[in-house]
Design a protein around this ligand. Structure first.
Ligand SMILES: [Zn+2]
Length: 618
């Protein structure tokens, strides 16, 4: 019954299309647009066009995006190629790929398929794959794109027995019609993260001339799922592209693997930190590591959805919220990085940086900010190697360029918290007047912290490891500075705990491993050598924190070698297990000393006077 109805509808649809006036004008006649129209060469038959039109209707206007990277958490970098007209360049690249133990995807155009079938055969023989190289002409027309996809698939199947469903637009105008045609034909459209061949390099003599401007300064490494595209027949020097790729591998990919404390992928079979160079299909077919960005909200546990603020935070007095939910820092006090509180309020704020009520030798590791795969992957490997949990507090504004990395952190069982969207501190020290200033309008700040959480949900909202969600509603204030209005915004945005910490290692600035080890040991042990139970240690995931992974590796190795009854043996806890709804920072904990109250009161008075001065000058 139903099938019959569909057939009738289809027939009507076809009849309508064939008879439609738009068909008559489309191919050869001027359209109504003002631009002068050159007659287009139509390479498909009218009956094919009718078929494509049906597909177009069924597709309902959907567009496939041109992917700059593949959403995956696999440790894979994708190699793609185009421009196969110069055999010498292709052969040279094939030997480079063999030397690098890499696989690639070569996009082949119709012309190349006709004129260079032997080259294509050699590419396949060497274990690489081919994709559809689209040459869409000046119009980027829907039907022409469909026809080209069909012909390429048919001829590739006839010649080599393969029928690719991945495409790259190698030439021609990029229009939404190309994306629509790929969607209608169930084709995935690839772009690139890095284009190794740029117009200005055409006459470059050596690969050195090109390295300098291939990557932005901040890009210290490639990332999971990222795509490198190399056009092989553009540079005057036919064998430069292979050298460029080797350079990228050495400088932006090999450095992602952890090599510390004599532990490298080459010396230790269990060191699985290296990334692989592979082709598009290998990555697409690895469904275990694939994911959808942004994460569909229905996959996010209700309690973590941005709009579902925890009920208990609503209408609560800030004073009570802070008493329970603010874990401070010893260095953040009345005169430094606090704004908007009265003296008695400041006195009540936590300054320990400890998780309260920790009975055993448990401490907590945390990492702030955001970075490239190289530095973060080193940390992930060291934590994995020692089976240790940590919390990553993420600056979110740049995550959209590499969401796979954030997702990989969570999938490896590490907890995710927010470090705001743009890393604006709630308060900055004003050096002119010696007072504290709020650098952002409260409304703007509120938006920033909301945005940060929403982006975390987009990337890791559905990640669970051992049934436990990896996303939390914890936030670490940038520079640990706090203001009353900022904290108010944070709780209104649904964050449950504000987590500063006891030891701020300046790991992004230390001169050596030894110096960082000193800071870490101070964070873990008191002056009598006992473990500071509940201590939160603050480190960073940025490239500048270049000793962090290795120092941690050493510290955890030494700790593992201690006997279980050694009082110096510490455990690493997971903040999420402690900061539950039952928790309160208000718990009495005699071990943690507070600042002497009379001295502090005097400091606060002086500070408030200065603040007032600043205020009146503004
Ligand atoms: Zn920070």
């Amino acid at each position: 019954m139903k099938k019959q109805w569909i057939q009738i509808a289809l027939a009507l649809l076809l009849a309508g299309i064939v008879g439609s006036p738009s068909l008559a004008v489309d191919a050869t006649m001027p359209t109504t647009t003002a631009t002068p129209v050159v007659a287009k060469k139509v390479t498909y038959k009218p009956e094919d066009k009718a078929r494509y039109e049906v597909l177009r209707q069924q597709n309902q206007g959907q567009l496939v995006p041109k992917e700059r990277f593949i959403t995956t958490t696999a440790q894979d970098i994708v190699l793609t190629f185009g421009g196969l007209t110069r055999r010498e360049s292709v052969d040279d690249m094939l030997s480079h790929l063999a030397a690098m133990n890499a696989k690639g995807t070569f996009f082949v155009t119709e012309l190349e398929l006709r004129k260079h079938a032997d080259t294509v055969r050699e590419i396949l023989r060497r274990g690489h794959e081919i994709g559809l190289g689209l040459r869409t002409g000046t119009e980027g027309d829907f039907y022409e794109t469909c026809a080209q996809i069909e012909r390429l698939q048919k001829n590739m199947n006839r010649l080599f027995g393969v029928k690719p469903t991945i495409a790259r637009q190698v030439f021609g105008k990029e229009t939404p019609e190309v994306n629509e045609a790929c969607s209608a034909m169930r084709i995935q459209l690839l772009g690139q993260t890095v284009n190794t061949v740029q117009t200005k390099d055409k006459e470059a003599k050596t690969a050195e001339d090109i390295y300098a401007h291939l990557f932005g300064k901040a890009v210290t490494s490639m990332g999971r799922g990222q795509i490198i595209y190399t056009r092989l027949d553009f540079l005057d020097n036919p064998v430069l592209t292979g050298e460029i790729l080797e350079w990228i591998k050495r400088n932006k990919i090999d450095n992602i693997a952890y090599r510390g404390l004599n532990d490298t992928p080459e010396t230790n079979i269990e060191n699985d930190s290296a990334y692989r160079l592979t082709n598009v299909s290998e990555v697409l077919q690895d469904v275990q590591h694939r994911w959808q960005y942004p994460v569909p909200i229905e996959r996010v546990p209700e309690i973590l959805r941005p709009e579902n603020h925890p009920k208990k935070l609503e209408g609560q007095d800030l004073k009570n919220l802070l008493a329970k939910r603010y874990i401070g820092a010893p260095t953040v006090n009345a005169v430094d990085r606090i704004q908007g509180f009265t003296i008695s309020e400041i006195k009540r704020l936590d300054k320990t940086g400890f998780i309260k009520g920790v009975k055993d030798n448990t401490i907590f590791l945390t990492f702030d900010d955001w970075s490239n795969d190289a530095s973060i992957n080193h940390l992930l490997y060291v934590l994995r190697k020692h089976h240790v949990p940590a919390t990553f507090f993420i600056i979110t504004w740049n995550v959209k360029n590499n969401p796979n990395l954030l997702r990989a952190i969570a999938e490896s069982g590490q907890i995710i918290g927010s470090h705001t969207n743009k890393h604006y501190p709630m308060v900055v020290q004003d050096n002119t007047y010696g007072g504290n200033l709020i650098p952002m309008e409260p409304k703007e700040y509120a938006e920033d912290v909301q945005k940060a959480y929403a982006e975390l949900v987009n990337v890791v909202g559905d990640v669970k490891v051992n049934e436990k969600p990896m996303l939390t509603r914890f936030i670490r204030p940038p520079t640990l500075a706090i203001s009353k209005s900022g904290l108010q915004s944070i709780f209104e945005a649904g964050y449950t705990y504000v987590v500063s910490g006891f030891e701020s290692t300046d790991d992004y600035a230390v001169p050596s491993m030894q110096s960082l080890a000193g800071g870490l040991n101070h964070g873990i042990y008191d002056e009598n050598g006992n473990v500071r139970k509940g201590s939160i240690i603050i480190m960073h995931m940025t490239d500048h924190a270049k000793y962090t992974a290795e120092t941690l590796d050493e510290l955890l190795t030494i700790n593992e070698q201690r006997l279980d009854n050694d009082p110096k043996k510490f455990k690493v806890g997971c903040l999420e297990d402690y900061l539950t709804e039952e928790y309160s920072q208000d718990m009495k904990d005699k071990k943690n000393t507070l600042v002497d109250s009379s001295t502090e009161e005097q400091q606060v008075r002086e500070k408030l006077e200065r603040d007032q001065l600043v205020h009146s000058k503004n």
